[in-house]
Design a protein around this ligand. Structure first.
Ligand SMILES: Nc1nc(=O)c2c([nH]1)NC[C@@H]1CN(c3ccc(C(=O)N[C@@H](CCC(=O)O)C(=O)O)cc3)C=[N+]21
Ligand SMILES: [Mg+2]
Length: 283
């Protein structure tokens, strides 16, 4: 038996089909949504992600604005660009592409994003609202994971979920989404201090592997029939490697591969956050 593949690319395309008429309606009302990206430096990986986001915008009719800054840009000059985007009515939402060069202090820059324009859902106010159960833009990767599970009817009500990794973009916030009444899962957050990772993973109905350690989750650790989502990705000498060993497809009931899973879903949720922000602005 081989797992049902949770196809992030096809699901992203379906979500784009749903966004397109919403964007057209906003445009008719004179409120075409606009997504801006702030990219510092010339890291090829970051450039390729940013390019993909602009291509996505063109596919659904969202206007996109690029702010590409040199690797040695000063903190004050980045701040000035953020202030400009905060004031620009054509910019509905924006992201600061991470990671930033070491000489920049990321925290104060991310806090300078106007919360109403936080397309990533990673502003402290957005994360605080998520904890409080108040409406706010949701972090794109966790939201994309849950959307993918819902669209493939993977049961979450009462499910035992093992999240592996405590990073700010995925591991830390996703438990907050999964334990809402609307999802109703039970979540264990595993990390490098977890005593028996294999045991935690083995009792899980859903495994979210976001540790950034190649092939950390092996087939013997997975309960037969479980849903496994490969979120982490590492550049190795042999190419890109996910957190999930390829043999897991023989044991899992559902598998979100990497690439082709959560990455495209992250981009679909980024555009969804921007469309929702534009709809809020129209009222
Ligand atoms: N402020 C900020 N927000 C982010 O959301 C953010 C970020 N910074 N920095 C980097 C990470 C990484 N990330 C990805 C998004 C999509 C794919 C994606 O679509 N990947 C495709 C493959 C793309 C390709 O082939 O190049 C896939 O998995 O199939 C990957 C990675 C967003 N991030
Ligand atoms: Mg993204």
């Amino acid at each position: 038996m081989s797992a049902t593949i949770l196809d992030g690319r096809a699901t992203k395309d379906a979500i784009f089909d749903e966004l397109r008429p919403r964007v057209a309606r906003l445009a008719e009302q004179g409120h075409t949504p606009g997504l801006a990206t702030v990219l510092v430096g010339d890291d090829p990986g970051s450039q390729s992600y940013v390019r993909a986001k602009h291509n996505d915008c063109a596919k659904v009719g969202i206007k996109s604005i690029r702010k590409d800054l040199p690797a040695d840009v000063s903190q004050a000059d980045v701040e000035a660009v953020l202030d400009e985007l905060n004031a620009d009515p054509a910019c509905t939402g924006y992201i600061v592409q991470l990671p930033l060069p070491k000489h920049l202090d990321a925290g104060p820059l991310l806090e300078r994003i106007a919360p109403a324009k936080d397309a990533d859902g990673l502003h402290p106010i957005s994360l605080g609202r998520l904890v409080l159960g108040e409406e706010a833009p949701l972090p794109c990767t966790p939201r994309g994971i849950i959307e993918l599970l819902h669209r493939y009817d993977v049961p979450l009500n009462g499910a035992q979920v093992a999240v592996v990794g405590r990073g700010i973009t995925v591991g830390r916030p996703i438990g907050l989404l999964l334990t809402r009444r609307s999802e109703n899962a039970t979540v264990t957050l595993c990390h490098t201090g977890t005593k028996d990772l294999a045991a935690e993973v083995h009792r899980a109905d859903v495994v979210i592997a976001a540790a950034g350690k190649p092939h950390l989750i092996t087939a013997d650790m997975v309960k037969p029939g479980a849903a496994v989502l490969d979120v982490g990705v590492t550049r190795t000498d042999a190419g890109l490697a996910g957190d999930v060993h390829p043999d897991v497809v023989q044991v899992a009931g559902f598998l979100s591969p990497n690439p082709g899973g959560v990455g495209p879903m992250t981009r679909a949720m980024l555009l969804t956050n921007v469309v929702e922000a534009a709809e809020r602005n129209v009222g």
